[in-house]
Write a protein that binds this ligand. Structure first.
Ligand code: GLY
Length: 589
C-alpha cells in the first residue's frame, strides 16, 4: 500500500494567532498604505467538505495559509480535476455561489462557468436522416463536448475574491498529478466500470483507447498523470489564458481535428465565464439562494419548496410524504422541460416560476391521496417575454470569516466523453447531451426539453446543478450545500433542506436519510416512475414501498441518489459533512 500523500506540512503553515498588539499594528499599517483591513473572524474555524478526501485536505491547507474560502475553492477544484476525474475536470464546467459577509448586505454572487456549444454546432446534429436521435452520439464521441469552462471560471472567481497568488492555488493539484495520488476503492471501482462501459460502445461511435492509457488502477495504487501535471503547471505559470489561447488550446484543437470534433481555436478564445443574478425564495422564513439559468436547479428548487410550503408536511419518508413530493416534482419538471434554457438565448420566466401565488395554484392541483397520471401534467403557461449525472461533483467551503463557497462542477456523465486530450492529459466533457437533441426525447438522465433547450452555436445546455445557500430567518448563513446526480440533484437538495428546516435534523442525519426522486415524464410504456435507493442502509421500508406501488407508482432503484457535501453553521461553529454514499472527506484547517 502506497503511503498517503502529505499535502502540506502543517507545522510550517499553521496560521499565527494575532495578539491585540499585532492586530493594532496591522490596522495602522494597512490604513497608512490604503490597503485592506484584516477581515473579522466570525467562526471558530473554517471547513472544507469535498467529494474526495485528498482534495478536501488541499482546501484546508489553503485556509491554514491564510487563504479565504474562494482561494480554497480554486485549489480544491483543481485538485479534484486530478483526483476526481469521475466528476470534475479541466475539460468540464460548472457553477459557483460565493457569499462574502464583507459585502455587508447578505448578497450571494453566482458564477456560471458552464460549457458552451461550439460555433459549428447545429440544432439537429444528433439526429439521423429520419430525424431520430442517434444513441450515445451526444455522450461518447468527440461531438459530445462543449467548450470547457472550468479554467475561466476559477480565474473569474479568483480575480474577484482571491487573496493568495494564483500559482500557489494550483501547486497542490500539480503535485497530486505529478507525484500521484492513492486510489480509494470507490474511485478504482468507478474507473473500472467506466473503462468497461467505454470498451463496450459500438466501434464507429468512438475511439477510447486513450481513457485506459491514462486512467485506471487497483485500490491502493498510486495513479500518476504526468501530462495533466504539465498542463496544470502551464496554467499555474501563465494563467487561464494558457488554457484558452496557449499550448493547451493547441493540443485540444488538434484532438478535435484528429477525431472530427467541433471545438475550434476561435471557440476557446471566445469563452467567458459569466456572473449572473441568483434565484431566491423564502421557505418557512428561511432565505434560500441558488443558481439561476442556465441551470434549472435554482428555479426548480424554489418552485419545489414554494409548493411544499403550502402543505403541512406528512411524516418524513412515509408513503404520504413521498407521494406528495412526487406530485410536486411532476409539476416542477414539466415546467423545467418547457420553460428553461440558456438565458442568453431564451427568456426564462424566473419571477413567474418562483412566485408564491403560482406555487399555490400549482399545489392546489395536487391530490394528497391519489396519484396523477404524469401524461396529464402540463407546464404552467406564461406570456412570452413577460416581466420579468449523476456524475457531477459538489464541494462546500466556509472560512473563519464566514465567507462561503458552494461549487458544483461536472464533465456530465462519469469521466465525461471518455476522450482524453492527447498530450494535455485531461478528459473532455459530454455536456452536449444536456441539450434537448429533439423535443420530448429524453436525454441520458431521462429528462426532456423543448425549443428553450435546443442546440444552437454558443449556447449553454440546461443543467440541474443546484449549489445552494440557506440563511436563517434572522439573516445568518445556516447551510451551504449541493450534490451531483443530474435532475435528482434538485430532489436531493430539497430533501436535505426539508429535513433540516422541518425535521430539525442535524446536518449529518439529514444527509444520511434515504432519498427518492421523481422527474415527471412518464416512461415510454406510460409508467409513473419513482426512483429510490437500493443500498440497504438507504432503502425505504417494505410497507412504504408497498403503499407507493398500491398508489400506482412504478418503483425503480438506483444504487444511490446524490452525493451531498455540505456545511452547517450553528452558534459560530461550522461543521462539514460528506456523504457516506460515495467517497468524500471533511477537512478543517
Ligand atoms: N450534466 C448534468 C447537469 O448539468 O445537470
Amino acid at each position: 500500500m502506497a503511503p498517503r500523500l502529505q499535502v502540506e506540512n502543517r507545522s510550517v503553515i499553521r496560521r499565527q494567532r494575532l495578539t491585540p498588539f499585532t492586530l493594532l499594528i496591522l490596522l495602522v499599517v494597512a490604513s497608512a498604505c490604503g490597503g485592506p483591513t484584516p477581515r473579522e473572524t466570525t467562526l471558530a474555524r473554517g471547513v472544507v467538505s469535498a467529494p474526495e478526501a485528498q482534495a478536501a485536505e488541499v482546501g484546508a491547507a489553503i485556509l491554514r495559509q491564510g487563504g479565504n474560502a474562494v482561494d480554497a475553492a480554486v485549489a480544491v477544484q483543481f485538485a479534484l480535476c486530478v483526483t476526481n476525474g469521475f466528476g470534475a475536470g479541466l475539460g468540464g464546467g460548472g457553477f459557483m455561489l460565493v457569499h462574502d459577509p464583507a459585502a455587508g448586505d447578505g448578497s450571494v454572487a453566482t458564477l456560471d462557468y458552464r460549457e458552451k456549444a461550439p460555433a459549428a454546432a447545429t440544432r439537429d446534429m444528433f439526429l439521423d436522416e429520419n430525424g431520430e436521435v442517434i444513441q450515445n452520439m451526444g455522450l461518447y464521441t468527440p461531438l459530445a463536448s462543449g467548450v470547457p469552462g472550468t479554467v475561466r471560471g476559477m480565474a473569474a472567481a479568483w480575480e474577484r475574491y482571491g487573496s493568495l497568488p494564483w500559482s500557489r492555488l494550483l501547486e497542490p493539484a500539480v503535485r497530486l498529478a505529478r507525484v500521484g495520488f492513492v486510489l480509494d476503492s470507490w474511485t478504482a471501482d468507478s474507473l473500472k466500470k467506466s473503462s468497461d462501459k467505454f470498451a463496450a460502445l459500438p466501434a464507429p461511435l468512438l475511439r477510447h483507447v486513450e481513457f485506459d492509457d491514462y486512467y485506471g488502477g487497483e485500490t491502493g495504487a498510486v495513479l500518476q498523470l504526468p501530462d495533466l501535471a504539465d498542463t496544470l503547471e502551464r496554467i499555474a505559470r501563465e494563467g487561464a489564458d494558457e488554457f484558452y489561447l496557449g499550448h493547451t488550446a493547441e493540443l485540444l484543437v488538434q484532438e478535435m481535428e484528429r477525431n472530427g470534433g467541433l471545438i475550434t481555436a476561435a471557440d476557446l478564445k471566445a469563452y467567458q465565464a459569466v456572473w449572473r443574478e441568483p434565484v431566491e425564495t423564502r421557505y418557512r422564513g428561511y432565505r434560500v439562494v441558488s443558481m439561476p439559468p442556465p441551470s434549472s436547479g435554482g428555479i426548480a428548487l424554489a418552485e419545489f419548496l414554494n409548493m411544499a410550503e403550502t402543505f403541512p408536511l406528512p411524516l418524513s419518508h412515509s408513503a404520504e410524504q413521498i407521494h406528495l413530493f412526487a406530485e410536486i416534482a411532476k409539476r416542477v419538471f414539466a415546467d423545467r422541460a418547457e420553460h428553461m434554457g440558456d438565458p442568453d438565448f431564451h427568456h426564462n420566466p424566473v419571477a413567474q416560476l418562483t412566485d408564491k401565488r403560482y406555487a399555490r395554484e400549482r399545489a392546489a392541483e395536487v391530490n394528497r391521496h391519489e396519484r396523477s397520471d404524469p401524461a396529464s401534467i402540463r407546464a404552467g403557461e406564461f406570456p412570452p417575454n413577460g416581466a420579468e449525472g449523476r456524475d457531477t461533483t459538489h464541494f462546500s467551503i466556509v472560512d473563519d470569516h464566514g465567507m462561503a463557497v458552494a461549487n458544483t462542477t461536472t464533465l456530465n456523465t462519469a469521466y465525461g466523453s471518455g476522450l482524453v486530450v492527447d498530450g494535455a492529459g485531461f478528459l473532455l466533457n459530454s455536456q452536449m447531451d444536456d441539450f434537448s437533441a429533439k423535443p420530448g426525447v429524453p436525454n441520458d438522465y431521462g429528462v426532456t426539453g423543448s425549443e428553450a433547450n435546443e442546440i444552437a452555436p454558443g449556447k449553454r445546455p440546461l443543467s440541474s446543478m443546484t449549489p445552494t445557500m440557506v440563511f436563517e430567518p434572522a439573516g445568518a448563513l445556516l447551510l451551504v450545500l449541493g450534490s451531483p446526480g443530474g435532475p435528482s440533484i434538485i430532489s436531493t437538495v430539497a430533501q436535505v433542506i426539508v429535513h433540516v428546516v422541518d425535521g430539525h435534523q442535524d446536518l449529518k442525519a439529514a444527509v444520511d436519510l434515504p432519498r427518492f426522486h421523481h422527474q415527471w415524464p412518464p416512461s415510454p410504456e406510460g409508467e409513473d416512475l419513482l426512483l429510490v435507493e437500493s443500498q440497504p442502509e438507504y432503502s425505504l421500508p417494505g410497507d412504504v414501498l408497498a403503499e407507493l406501488s398500491r398508489l400506482g407508482y412504478t418503483i425503480r432503484t438506483r444504487e444511490n441518489l446524490g452525493d451531498v457535501q455540505a456545511v452547517m453553521i450553528q452558534d459560530g461553529v461550522a461543521t462539514g459533512v460528506f456523504d457516506r454514499r460515495r467517497t468524500g472527506g471533511v477537512a478543517y484547517p
